[in-house]
Design a protein around this ligand. Structure first.
Ligand SMILES: Cc1cc2nc3c(=O)[nH]c(=O)nc-3n(C[C@H](O)[C@H](O)[C@H](O)COP(=O)(O)O)c2cc1C
Length: 359
């Protein structure tokens, strides 16, 4: 049967109104101590027409709040406040997952709450600079190499955060194992040089994220747990291609055994052929739902579905400027222009002020 972007789709135990997914987008609007708020609920409610919204990278721990004004999901208060967003989406018939993102070494102490720590698998800093609340741009600090106890503690934080997410009304969670954040830092030899069972071999480097996935499944069920990975994104450029391929094949085999509801493949960085070869391997290995994301248009998304390269297609930047993206695709209405201004602002400007299309 031919697949179409506008098909209904069963994802685990929920029904999506189309195969068009809103990708997770950090927007930095949690400006009061990382608490989710009504403005965010308005923004998500405006985008409830997506088949599924994957809400922005949200920290499962005080230690994971590496960027300014990103939201948290590690207290009962967070869960209670997130309900405004899940209600806003559900009231309009939409579905919403939450992406759980621990920034790990991609952080600065100036951005973290008091007593929180910049952690990483090893004491190796991320190259480059990060924006801070008070100090402008700063070089990434050298993270504290996590003790075994901190590893276990962080896994427990992810699992609790998944539980809180369900309490808050989310339909599921996405483990952010892409783009160089903490689970990705464990997978990558450039950031993980541990000599215990969380470093070294492929099995050991994948252990952190697999323990998180298993723990979440035990807590909220496999039908509510997805994962995002980005092999060969900029986070893997320091590694040998054959290591990256072998690592992600192994990881996908294990994710398949666990029965996660989806794997979400993110394309960022260079469009190197080896990346798309690996995507094919992952499609073959993983029997659950596959989401692709990165540089898709309506037309290329349709083609990817027709070629059975994926089940669902996620769109990022187009959902920022087009709250009614599904309708625009359906009716061939023009898309509003992408405007980077406001991506990471602190107000409603460039956030909730994009109107739906009018003829
Ligand atoms: C402003 C902005 C914020 C983003 N925040 C996140 C995030 O929190 N988590 C994540 O996994 N990816 C994040 N991404 C990446 C997007 O999810 C998506 O992969 C990327 O925009 C490519 O898709 P597109 O070509 O459809 O825009 C972000 C991208 C942008 C532009």
């Amino acid at each position: 049967m031919n697949k179409d972007l506008f098909d209904n789709f069963t994802l685990g135990k929920i029904e999506l109104s189309s195969r068009i997914i809103m990708a997770p987008l950090t927007r930095c609007r949690a400006i009061n101590h990382n608490l989710p708020n009504e403005l965010m609920a308005t923004y998500y409610g405006q985008r409830a027409g997506a088949g599924l919204i994957i809400a922005e990278g949200t920290s499962p721990s005080p230690n994971g709040l590496g960027y300014t004004n990103i939201p948290g999901m590690y207290t009962e208060e967070h869960a209670a406040l997130w309900k405004a967003s899940t209600n806003a989406v559900h009231e309009k018939g939409g579905k919403i997952f939450l992406q759980l993102m621990h920034t790990g070494r991609v952080a600065h102490s100036d951005n973290l709450p008091k007593n929180a720590v910049v952690l990483g698998p090893s004491a190796i800093p991320q190259p480059g600079e990060i924006s801070t609340y008070n100090l402008g741009k700063q070089p990434y600090p050298t993270p504290k190499a996590m003790t075994k106890e901190e590893v276990k503690q962080t896994i427990a934080e992810f699992i609790r955060s998944a539980k809180l997410s369900i309490e808050a009304g989310f339909d599921g969670v996405e483990i952010h194992c892409a783009h160089g954040y903490l689970p990705n830092q464990f997978i990558n030899t450039a950031s993980n040089q541990r000599t215990d069972e969380y470093g070294g071999s492929i099995e050991n480097r994948c252990r952190f994220v697999l323990e998180i996935a298993q723990g979440m499944i035990n807590e909220i069920g496999a039908s509510k747990v997805g994962i995002r990975i980005s092999p060969f994104s900029y986070a893997d450029t320091e590694e040998d291609a054959s290591i990256v391929q072998a690592t992600y094949r192994y990881l996908t085999e294990e994710l398949n055994k666990l029965g996660l509801v989806y794997v979400h493949l993110s394309h960022m960085g260079e469009p190197v052929p080896v990346k798309f070869e690996l995507w094919k391997n992952i499609r073959e290995i993983f029997k659950g739902t596959l989401i692709l994301c990165g540089d898709f248009t309506k037309e290329t998304a349709q083609t990817a579905l027709l070629k059975n390269q994926a089940d669902l297609i996620a769109f990022g930047r187009d959902f920022i400027a087009n709250p009614d993206l599904v309708l625009r695709f359906q009716h061939n209405w023009p898309l509003a222009e992408r405007n980077r201004k406001g991506w990471y602002g602190t107000s409603s400007k460039g956030y909730t002020d994009y109107p739906p299309f009018t003829q």
